[in-house]
Ligand binder design. Structure first.
Ligand SMILES: Cc1ncc(COP(=O)(O)O)c(C=O)c1O
Length: 402
């Protein structure tokens, strides 16, 4: 714990010039301005250190300022920071091979972009082109991003309402096998799913639901798009969350967040029918596959592999979830602890917001909400058992009766 914060030295709560300029004034910012990071911690300008059990929205899978990432950026920056797409790039060529090696064998092509919403948006375009259809089926409680196509498939009605009439045609169904089967038709271009819904509440989709979506797509000539933006790159205890469901093969997969561990990078993987439909120029991105992003992406894959982090996330996540379950077995505030790997939700019988705020201001621990009543934990995959224990103790302290 830091003395300055204990003294009440934080500046949280005030509308900063940054907030006003960006139009994102948040009345209860939990920390003073952040100026640095190390491992699983963010460091504030007054020296306070915050244990970030969200890895920055699930982005920094290798934590903050991982030496291998810093080194990769430095080395690549000295060589070349941008390379146009009309010439070939050595680091891009190396990266797409490395990426293909961790993807499902059926998805042997990749499109590189810069964020999650771009990956979903591109996947939608590809599905429309390959099927000649534009309707998509998405799930209640889904989150796919904020650009027009991705937003159209994002469940939260408050996020979509201001754009009513401007978004493309998405049908939302309950996350149930039968509901998906009924919604898919000859007009459906794609069914779009997160294998574990993040923003919507850390909902692990059941194998039978995922396989029913696959079958429904096959029956009607639609495509299955998996949004692994939050769940991919080791987060859920395997390279991709859908690998926990034997026999599940997507037609398209959207990736971002962990793929660049903090560097803006996204990708769409595809194969077969989609590859046949795409032509040079079907889609594009000036910055997609830039040398810095590719150098970082390579380092992320190498580090995940060298440290066996996807498997480690499975063991650590199970231990952490068990520890949370035993702490809350008789706590009336907690309904359940659920999740997969190091993507964990503590589901409350009440709203989660004030508990998350107290975690930050009283315990220097960052957590995220997921839906109204879930505390979402997405620690960096390099997190230690001690850090997870510290987190569990703090959550117990804020939930343990007042
Ligand atoms: C499942 C999922 N898809 C898409 C996105 C959008 O990603 P980005 O914020 O990088 O555009 C997010 C972001 O939280 C996400 O969790």
């Amino acid at each position: 714990m830091s003395a300055s914060a204990a003294d009440g030295g934080r500046k949280a709560g005030a509308a900063s010039a940054e907030d006003r300029r960006l139009g994102t004034w948040a009345p209860r910012r939990p920390t003073p301005p952040i100026v640095g990071g190390e491992g699983c911690e963010l460091i504030a300008e007054n020296g306070d250190r915050y244990l970030d059990l969200t890895a920055g929205y699930g982005v920094c899978c290798l934590g903050y300022n991982h030496p291998a990432i810093v080194d990769a950026i430095r080395r690549q920056a000295e060589r070349l920071t941008f390379c146009p797409l009309n010439v070939s790039s050595a680091v891009r060529a190396e990266y797409v091979e490395a990426l293909a090696a961790v993807l499902p064998a059926t998805l042997d092509r990749v499109f590189l972009c810069n964020s999650g919403t771009e990956a979903v948006e591109g996947a939608l375009k590809f599905a429309a082109l390959a099927t000649g259809r534009s309707r998509t089926v998405a799930l209640r409680n889904s989150f796919h991003g904020r650009t027009l196509g991705a937003l159209a498939m994002t469940w939260n009605p408050a996020a979509r309402r201001p754009y009513a009439g401007l978004l493309h045609d998405a049908v939302f169904v309950q996350p149930e096998a039968e509901a998906i089967e009924q919604a898919v038709s000859e007009e459906t271009a794609a069914v779009v799913l997160e294998p574990v819904q993040g923003e919507g509440g850390v909902n692990v989709l059941a194998d039978d639901l995922l396989l029913a979506a696959r079958r429904a797509c096959d029956r009607h000539g639609a495509l299955l798009v998996l949004d692994e933006v939050q769940t991919g790159f080791g987060r859920c205890g395997d390279w991709f969350a859908h690998r926990h469901t034997p026999g599940l093969e997507p037609d398209l997969m959207a990736m971002a967040k962990g793929i660049g561990s903090g560097f803006p990078l996204g990708a769409i993987a595809y194969g077969g029918r989609v590859a046949e439909a795409l032509r040079p120029g079907s889609h594009g991105s000036t910055y997609g596959g830039n040398p810095l992003a590719c150098a970082v992406g390579l380092t992320v894959i190498e580090t995940l592999r060298n440290l066996d982090l996807p498997a480690r996330a499975a063991t650590m996540g199970t231990r952490f979830a068990d520890s949370l379950r035993s702490r809350f077995a008789s706590n009336p505030r907690v309904r359940e602890v659920r999740g997969r790997g190091l993507m964990i939700g503590v589901v409350l019988r009440e709203r989660a917001g004030r508990h998350i705020a107290r975690l930050a201001t009283e315990h220097w621990i960052l957590a995220l909400p997921a839906g109204p009543n879930v505390i979402r934990l997405l620690p960096p995959l390099i997190v230690s058992d001690e850090e997870l224990e510290r987190g569990a103790e703090a959550i117990q302290a804020v939930l343990g009766g007042e």
